[in-house]
Design a protein around this ligand. Structure first.
Ligand code: C5P
Length: 312
C-alpha cells in the first residue's frame, strides 16, 4: 500500500432508456440500457490500517456496515483477482444515495472501491481484470467504472461509453423517493417475469439524437423504462409521486432503474434559481418525513482512465 488516504466520489445513476429484452437461461435478462450518472453521490475513503487489521469497513448508515456490503465484497474479489493477500485497509462509506432505490448506489460503491484500490495498491491489476471483477459483483457495477452516458447491453455488464460521440451536458433534475419504500432488483424482475410481457424499444433514435440533447424538452420523447407499468400497478405510492411531479415544472417523470425513485428533468431551470434550496411547492408536495428529495443534475464521465480498457 503506497497511499496515505484516498477520498472518492461514488455517483448515482438513472436509466434514460431501460429496455428489457428476452429472459435468459441463466436467470438474467438480456438488456439494452442507456445509463447516465448524476451528481447525487456517496463518498468513499480508503486508508491504510494497522498491520494485521485486515479490511475494516464502516458506513454512516450502520445498517449497511456489515461485511455483506458490496464494497467489502469488491475488496475481497480484487485481492483474489490480483492474487495478493488482503491488505490492511480502512474503508469508510458516507451514504447519501438512498438504498433499494433504483439509483445504483451499491453498484456504484463497489465500482468506486475497485477504482480506489487500483490507485491504492503498489501494483494495480490490468483494466480488463477490473472489469471482470466488476461484472462478477453485479450487472450494473461495470457501468460505474466509466460513468457519464453509456450504453449497457448483455445482462448490463457490457458497456459502450458514449463519450466519443457525445455526453449529455449537465441537465438539472429532481429525484424523489418515498422514504419508507425500497424495492429489491430481484423482486422487480420477478414481477416482470410473472407478467411475461416484454416491450422492446430501439435505442437507435436516442443514439442518433444524442448530440442534440441540451435540455429536458429535447430528451423527453426518448425516455423509456420497461418497469414503469408493473411498478406503478404494484406500488401506487410510486405512481402518486409521478403524478405529483407532473404538476410541478418537470418533463415526463421517469422511474429510476427498477424503482421506487422517480426523476423529473426540470423544464425551466430558471424557475429553480434558488438551487440548491427546494422551492416551497416541492416541499409541500413531498414533505421530508415521507420523501427523500434531491435537486441534482446529470454528470459527465470523470473516470476516463477506464475508457482505454476493453469494456466487456
Ligand atoms: O446482477 P445483479 O446481482 O444486480 O442482479 C440481481 C437480480 O436481478 C438477478 O438475480 C436477476 O434476478 C435480476 N436481473 C435480471 N437481468 C439482468 C440483471 C438483473 O433478471 N440483466
Amino acid at each position: 500500500m503506497n497511499m496515505p488516504r484516498l477520498t472518492l466520489t461514488s455517483p448515482a445513476k438513472i436509466n434514460l432508456i431501460l429496455n428489457l429484452l428476452a429472459p435468459r437461461d441463466d436467470g438474467y435478462h438480456e438488456v439494452s440500457f442507456v445509463m447516465q450518472t448524476i451528481a447525487l453521490a456517496d463518498t468513499l475513503t480508503i486508508e491504510a490500517a494497522h498491520p494485521g487489521s485486515g479490511i475494516v469497513f464502516t458506513c454512516s448508515d450502520p445498517t449497511l456496515s456489515s461485511s455483506d456490503n458490496l464494497v467489502v465484497q469488491a475488496f475481497y474479489r480484487y485481492f483474489e483477482a490480483a492474487n495478493q493477500p488482503e491488505g490492511d485497509v480502512r474503508i469508510h462509506l458516507e451514504k447519501r444515495i438512498p438504498v433499494q432505490a433504483g439509483l445504483g448506489g451499491g453498484s456504484s460503491n463497489a465500482a468506486t472501491a475497485l477504482m480506489g484500490l487500483q490507485q491504492f495498491v503498489e501494483e494495480p491489476i490490468p483494466g480488463q481484470l477490473v472489469h471482470q471483477v466488476a461484472a462478477s459483483l453485479g450487472s450494473d457495477v461495470s457501468f460505474f467504472l466509466t460513468g457519464g452516458t453509456s450504453l449497457a447491453t448483455g445482462r448490463g455488464e457490457t458497456i459502450t461509453p458514449l463519450v466519443f460521440s457525445h455526453q449529455l451536458p449537465p441537465i438539472p433534475l429532481l429525484v424523489v423517493k418515498p422514504r419508507h419504500l425500497g424495492i429489491s432488483t430481484p423482486k422487480a424482475f420477478e414481477l416482470l417475469r410473472a407478467q411475461g410481457h416484454y416491450e422492446t424499444v430501439s435505442v437507435d433514435p436516442f443514439l442518433r439524437g444524442l448530440p442534440n440533447f441540451h435540455n429536458a424538452e429535447s430528451l423527453d420523447p426518448y425516455l423509456h423504462n420497461d418497469f414503469e407499468p408493473i411498478i406503478f400497478e404494484q406500488y401506487p405510492e410510486v405512481k402518486a409521486v409521478a403524478d405529483k411531479l407532473q404538476e410541478l415544472s418537470v418533463e415526463r417523470p421517469l422511474l429510476c432503474g427498477s424503482g421506487p425513485t422517480m426523476a423529473g428533468f426540470l423544464r425551466d431551470p430558471l424557475l429553480w434559481q434558488d438551487y440548491p434550496n427546494l422551492p416551497p411547492a416541492v416541499v409541500q408536495a413531498f414533505p421530508t418525513d415521507q420523501f427523500e428529495v434531491f435537486l441534482t443534475h446529470t454528470a459527465t464521465a470523470t473516470n476516463t482512465s477506464f475508457l482505454n480498457s476493453p469494456v466487456s
